[in-house]
Design a protein. Sequence first.
Length: 114
Amino acid sequence: MIMLQIILWIFIACFFTWGMYLAVMNLMAARKTMPLVTKFFAYPLAAIGIIMDVLINIVVGTIIFVELPKTWLLTARLQSHMDDPNWRGALAVWICANLLDPFDARGYHCRKTK
């Protein structure tokens, strides 16, 4: 029962971190045209998102990649594995292609593709 609760809390944390990522990417796309009052709320939100990213990298990234973190942010960890010819590389590519890249205004988040 405790293991199920841990898995549920990890899923909830990932869900909210991804939601925060979506919000921050939207704010990043609009940052040049944001009024000052919007920036007043947006920048603390971005800071919270970075803290959540670090925590997800340390906890979830360590579990799914079966390794201790070498970087602070999950994106950096994903970038470091994208060219690996193993399951870690395949997992990093999947996460980037399905959860991160489509929502970055640049068209990529993990790395620029050809």
